[in-house]
Design a protein around this ligand. Structure first.
Ligand code: DQA
Length: 148
């Protein structure tokens, strides 16, 4: 059984109460349940994590990279939050592990928002980028991993 890593960066623990007009009313626990159901539909195991710390996200990408090397990784869905727009370390982690099935995900349509959200350090190393579908994007990203 292959594994999907769903990794969430800073402030995503506040989903449900954080700017609901932008991010909706679902909590991170709701998102985890959606991911669990999407993975179950495709026969994937799920590793679901959130951290407000950049290095923790790097460590989980390395962990996923070990599964990738063993042929046991279905992919990574990464919502790096604001680190998307700042983190060369995340870009280097993805490139360093050779993971080629990483989906960059954003709940909101970042291109309809402030211009500082239009640049991503992650996109050059991502297989695909998904934004603007709300939290349903997580399930769509997992469905996408099942198709590639
Ligand atoms: C986000 C968009 C980012 O710009 C922001 O910093 C986030 C969440 C999203 O899911 O829409 O924290 O990644």
């Amino acid at each position: 059984m292959k594994t999907v890593y769903v990794l969430n960066g800073p402030n995503l623990n506040l989903l449900g109460t954080r700017e609901p007009a932008v991010y909706g009313a679902h909590t991170l626990a709701d998102v985890e349940q959606m991911c669990f159901e999407a993975c179950a539909r495709h026969g994937f195991a799920l590793q679901f994590h959130q951290s407000n710390h950049e290095g923790a996200l790097v460590d989980w990408i390395h962990e996923a990279g070990q599964l990738h090397a063993q042929g046991e990784l279905a992919g990574v869905v990464l919502n790096a939050g604001a680190y998307t727009h700042t983190s060369v370390a995340l870009l280097d982690a993805i490139k360093g592990t050779g993971i080629n099935t990483l989906i960059e995900l954003h709940i909101s349509n970042v291109f309809a928002r402030e211009s500082f959200r239009h640049h991503s350090w992650i996109s050059p190393a991502a297989r695909a980028v998904l934004c603007g579908f709300g939290v349903q994007g997580y399930a769509l990203a997992i469905d996408g991993l099942a198709r590639i």
